[in-house]
Design a binder for this molecule. Structure first.
Ligand SMILES: [Zn+2]
Length: 372
C-alpha cells in the first residue's frame, strides 16, 4: 500500500473529550466581489501605513507563527499533486521573507522553547516560520531563500512519506483524477460529478479531498479504493521521484538553520482515528525521527491542524515540548505557557499578496475573513 492514511478504523474516538477541530488553514471563505474589493482596499491602507506592525507592536509577549506547505509553481508542467497545498511560488516566498526581514524578528524553535522556560522574552514583532509534511520543494525552493537571508525555520516531517515511500493521500487523489480513464462518475460522498475540463477536475479534486477529511478511517479507506477503481490509478502507484525529501536530505537540514519537527507517521486526521492509533502515530514519529536524524525532536504539528484534548495529552506524554495547530491568530506567551500543545499558526496560501501577508504576519487574520 503506497497511500498514506490511518490503517485502523475504531469505534472509540476522542469525541467525548474537548474537541479541538480547527479550521482548514488552506481554505478561504467565499466572499462577494464587492466585499473583496473593499477588503483589499482596507488591507492596502493598513499595509501602506504600516498599521499591521504598529498594532502588533502594541501586543507584547506574543508571536506570529506562519504555516507553509509547498513552495512551488502549481501551474508548471512538472507539478505533481494537489495544487491547494502550495503556499507560495519561490519568488513570492522570497518577497515575503524580505518583508519579514524589514519589519519582523524571525526567531528559531529553540527561541520559542526558551520563552516557554522563561529564559528569555519574545522580541518585539517575533515571527516563527514553519513548514508541514516534508515536500522536497521546501529543500529546493525555500531553504536556499531562508539561508541567503540567515533566517531559521522549522520543518514538520511525516515520516512514512520520507523517500517517497508513501503518497500524501491528497496528492494521490489529485493524480487519480488527472489520470482517470473516465471523466464522469458517481463518487462516494459527492454523488455524480464530471471533470472533463481542468477547472472541473480541480474542483472535484478539492471537493473529494475536503469531504474525505471529515469521515472516519474505515470510510476513508473504502472511498480511496473506490476512486482507485473508478480512475484506474492504483493505490500502489509509485510516488514520483523528488516529491518528498529523503532521509539524507533531512539530516542535512539542521546545519542549515532548519529545525526538524514531527508530523505523525501516516498523516491521519487524528480526530477521525482511534485514540490508540493516534497515540502510536504521535509517539512513533518522534522515535523514528530521532533515530534517523540523530537529534532530539521536541516539536510536533497536528495533521490538518485537527486535534482533541486527548491528542494534546498524547503529545505531552510522548515527550514533545510544544505542539502546533492550524488555527489563525497571534500566539500570546501566556497562552503558550498555559497550553503548549495547542499553539496557533497562521496558514499562508497562494492568494496572499503582500497586504494580506502583512495582516497574517501581524497575526491579525480576522480582518481578511480567513482563519488561516
Ligand atoms: Zn500536513
Amino acid at each position: 500500500m503506497r497511500i498514506q492514511y490511518d490503517a485502523v478504523g475504531m469505534k472509540s474516538h476522542c469525541g467525548d473529550m474537548r474537541r479541538r477541530v480547527l479550521s482548514n488553514d488552506k481554505m478561504i471563505r467565499p466572499i462577494s466581489v464587492a466585499k473583496r474589493s473593499v477588503t483589499q482596499f482596507f488591507l492596502s491602507v493598513l499595509d501602506h501605513l504600516n498599521l499591521n506592525e504598529k498594532i502588533r507592536g502594541l501586543l507584547p509577549d506574543s508571536l506570529s507563527i506562519l504555516l507553509y506547505h509547498r513552495i512551488d509553481d502549481p501551474n508548471s508542467d512538472s507539478f505533481i499533486g494537489f495544487k491547494d497545498v502550495v503556499s507560495a511560488r519561490r519568488e513570492t516566498f522570497a518577497a515575503q521573507l524580505d518583508f519579514l526581514l524589514k519589519r519582523y524578528q524571525v526567531i528559531a524553535m529553540s527561541d520559542l522553547q526558551n520563552f516557554l522556560e522563561g529564559m528569555q522574552k519574545p522580541p518585539k514583532n517575533a515571527v516563527l516560520i514553519t513548514f508541514d509534511d516534508g515536500y522536497r520543494d521546501n529543500l529546493v525552493n525555500a531553504v536556499p531563500e531562508l539561508e541567503a537571508r540567515g533566517l531559521p525555520a522549522t520543518l514538520f516531517v511525516t515520516t512514512g512519506m520520507v523517500d517517497g515511500r508513501n503518497w500524501p493521500w491528497w496528492d494521490w487523489v489529485a493524480e487519480a483524477f488527472r489520470h482517470a480513464r473516465v471523466e464522469e462518475c458517481y463518487l462516494p460522498l459527492l454523488g455524480k460529478r464530471s471533470w472533463g475540463t481542468r477547472d472541473a477536475r480541480e474542483k472535484v479534486t478539492r471537493e473529494f479531498i475536503i469531504a474525505n477529511k471529515a469521515v472516519k478511517a474505515e470510510i476513508f479507506r473504502h472511498n480511496m479504493s473506490v476512486l482507485a477503481e473508478i480512475s484506474g490509478f492504483s493505490l500502489n502507484q509509485r510516488v514520483p521521484e523528488g516529491l518528498m525529501m529523503s532521509w539524507d536530505e533531512l539530516r542535512g537540514l539542521p546545519k542549515r538553520g532548519i529545525t526538524v519537527g514531527a508530523h505523525t507517521v501516516t498523516h491521519p486526521i487524528l480526530t477521525q482515528t482511534s485514540p490508540v492509533c493516534a497515540e502510536d502515530e504521535i509517539r512513533a514519529c518522534k522515535s523514528i525521527l530521532e533515530r534517523e536524524i540523530g537529534d532530539k525532536v521536541t516539536a510536533f504539528a497536528y495533521p490538518n491542524g485537527s486535534f482533541s484534548a486527548c491528542h494534546e495529552e498524547f503529545a505531552q506524554r510522548s515527550g514533545y515540548q510544544v505542539s502546533f495547530a492550524a488555527e489563525g491568530g497571534l500566539a500570546f506567551l501566556k497562552e503558550l505557557k498555559d497550553d503548549p500543545h495547542a499553539i496557533r499558526r497562521v496558514g499562508i496560501n497562494l492568494k496572499d499578496d503582500i497586504p494580506r501577508y502583512a495582516v497574517k504576519a501581524a497575526g491579525l487574520t480576522r480582518f481578511i475573513g480567513n482563519q488561516g
